[in-house]
Design a protein around this ligand. Structure first.
Ligand code: ATP
Length: 212
């Protein structure tokens, strides 16, 4: 089984997340993609972070129509800071039969990989797939340098990189939808429409619970 792990604050989940995960799934031939809301994301301040149960409920609503998509509460159940290394170890230990794991992330997250807890161990435990976030040269994050890639132990092979552990790093070109949860929260605060940025069930949920 080939499984994608897609973590984030999902505050709230939006079509940028959903479409890129769908294109990752197709490109990598994944059987399942787990969407994993963080209890307390290490790189975010908590200011306007909706309670974890609400973010999980919105992820459930947004993914329910796709049989390849699953919501996971593993990080929320763990509480405290959500470190990806622990999540990857959890899936490696519990998935039956053992799965080939792909950690999915946007290019903005990948550019910060060196700041992640136990990043060297992380890249030795699973495959990484990095999808497009913003058009190049339009305010997108700087690409991680080739020097950094070789520091992690990656060697370039045709269209992807291979780690000494045998795990790969691939860049998946996906449709760029320049949507961010920050912009969505801002619109809600200004009482502007968020229709067609997030699934309609999620719009209803946000209204019903007066989130943001
Ligand atoms: P915020 O605006 O609150 O920082 P966000 O919209 O960036 O949130 P996150 O939940 O922080 O969303 O992101 C989770 C993952 O989804 C990250 O790997 C990020 O790169 C990716 N991602 C977020 N938005 C998009 C998008 N529009 N297109 C592709 N990937 C995205």
């Amino acid at each position: 089984m080939r499984v994608g792990l897609f973590g984030g604050s999902f505050n709230p989940i939006h079509f940028g997340h959903l479409r890129s995960a769908e294109e990752d799934r197709e490109a990598l031939n994944l059987d399942l993609v787990y969407f994993i809301p963080a209890a307390s994301p290490p790189h975010k301040t908590e200011g306007d972070l909706a309670p974890a149960e609400h973010r999980l409920a919105m992820v459930r609503l947004a993914t329910k129509g796709n049989r390849h998509f699953m919501a996971s509460d593993v990080e929320i159940r763990r509480t405290g800071r959500s470190y990806t290394i622990e999540t990857v170890k959890y899936f490696l230990a519990t998935l039956r039969p053992p799965a080939v794991l792909y950690l999915l992330m946007g290019a903005d997250q990948f550019a910060e990989l060196e700041t992640w807890k136990s990043c060297d161990e992380l890249v030795s435990l699973c495959n990484l797939a990095v999808h497009s976030r913003l058009p190049e040269g339009e305010g997108g994050p700087p690409k991680i340098s080739l020097a950094a890639l070789s520091r992690f132990g990656y060697i370039q092979e045709e269209d992807h990189y291979v780690h000494a552990s045998g795990h790969t790093l691939s860049f998946v070109p996906t449709t760029v939808l320049p949507i961010s949860a920050t912009a969505i929260r801002r619109k809600i605060q200004r009482q502007e429409s968020i229709n067609y940025l997030v699934p309609s069930d999620v719009v209803d949920y946000i209204q019903r619970h007066a989130l943001y």
